[in-house]
Design a protein around this ligand. Structure first.
Ligand code: GLV
Ligand code: MG
Length: 338
């Protein structure tokens, strides 16, 4: 997969900036911390080296009365940032809130030199990205930054999903998209009250007249997010940017979290958000290819010789397209090992 930096054009405002060396991968987990919480800010030096991406959250989850404290906490962390192998992101408030402009100004002017990506919530169309792109260009020029800050959008409104391709293509700054299942559920008027994951009521029941003979009334919980994730992955990949699953709110249910992350991984996502340290390990495990799958991929590639034609391996047909899938597995493993 190409890195977002391959897509950079010179910025619209200020001198053309050199391409920014943002490690696009790995970003298996985007670990959220609330910068308004002094205790959490104090833990940053310990947490930062253990994650691929650390994100200071200014938006939902931060009470309206703490928005300024959160901004100040983010700046404090940015000023002391000394973990260059970890990406440093922030999630600003939504563009229709009273805080987004102040968030962007503070983040770029105060700590733009260490900030890799700005996550923009509730993006509804390319115009939202254009607005952020132009502001970033002005602020970068004002701050004298020599590398552009990238943009990550959260897909969490029906309008955003309907225009996901345009959002991905809206700016060369686009780094990726995350699914925002909680806001998306509300906006779509779904009947859930959870933050991501499945729902016990959304299931498929085997036909009592037949179907699965072993378990005639078996029920299977369905993935509420399959359609949106698949659509997001297609839009991201066709624009050379990265798709992510978003939050999983039931911190205690580590099994369901792992299942949800794995569904997203298998569908093409490169990472997910972690909201608690326990989810860091889950994301690391799920979004790193299993060594058994990597070994198998290597075996198929070797057995396929020049990569064309068809062979039988362990009773299964493999051909040119299997080789391509196996290469994805190896490339992912290699990128994570680097
Ligand atoms: C994330 O922001 C969500 O709404 O799920
Ligand atoms: Mg949200």
């Amino acid at each position: 997969m190409r890195s977002p930096k391959d897509f950079f054009r010179p910025l619209a405002v200020g001198a053309p900036a050199p391409l920014r060396e943002v490690p696009a991968n790995p970003s298996r987990m985007i670990h959220f911390f609330p910068p308004s919480n002094a205790k959490m800010v104090a833990k940053v030096p310990d947490i930062a080296p253990t994650v691929d991406v650390l994100l200071g959250n200014l938006e939902d989850g931060v009470p309206a009365t703490d928005k300024e404290a959160a901004r100040a906490g983010l700046i404090e962390v940015g000023k002391k940032w000394s973990t260059p192998d970890t990406q440093f992101w922030t999630r600003i408030n939504s563009l229709d809130s009273p805080w987004a402009l102040d968030d962007l100004q503070a983040a770029v002017l105060e700590i733009g030199d260490v900030l890799d990506v700005v996550m923009v919530p509730k993006v509804e169309g390319p115009e939202d990205i254009h607005y952020v792109d132009r502001l970033l260009a002005q602020l970068e020029a004002k701050a004298g930054l020599d590398r552009p800050i990238l943009v990550h959008a959260i897909l969490e409104t029906a309008a955003g999903v309907a225009r996901v391709e345009e959002i991905c293509a809206a700016s060369p700054r686009m780094q990726g998209l995350s699914l925002g299942p909680a806001d998306l559920a509300a906006n779509r008027r779904m009947k859930t009250t959870r933050v991501g994951g499945g729902h016990p009521g959304y299931l498929v029941r085997a036909d009592p007249e037949g179907g699965d003979l072993e378990a005639p009334r078996a029920t299977y919980q369905q993935d509420l997010w399959h359609y949106t994730i698949a659509r997001m992955v297609d839009a991201c990949v066709s624009n050379g940017i990265f798709p992510y699953y978003g939050p999983f709110g039931d911190i205690k249910d580590v099994q369901a979290c792992e299942d949800q992350f794995r569904n997203a991984f298998l569908l093409g996502c490169v990472g997910a958000w972690s909201l608690h340290p326990v989810q860091i390990g889950i994301a690391k495990k799920v979004f790193s290819p299993d060594p058994k799958d990597v070994a198998h991929a290597q075996r198929v590639i070797e057995a396929m010789g020049d990569g064309t034609g068809a062979i039988m391996l362990d009773g299964k047909m493999e051909d040119d397209a299997s080789v391509k899938q196996c290469r994805v597995m190896l490339e992912t493993a290699k990128a994570l090992a680097e």
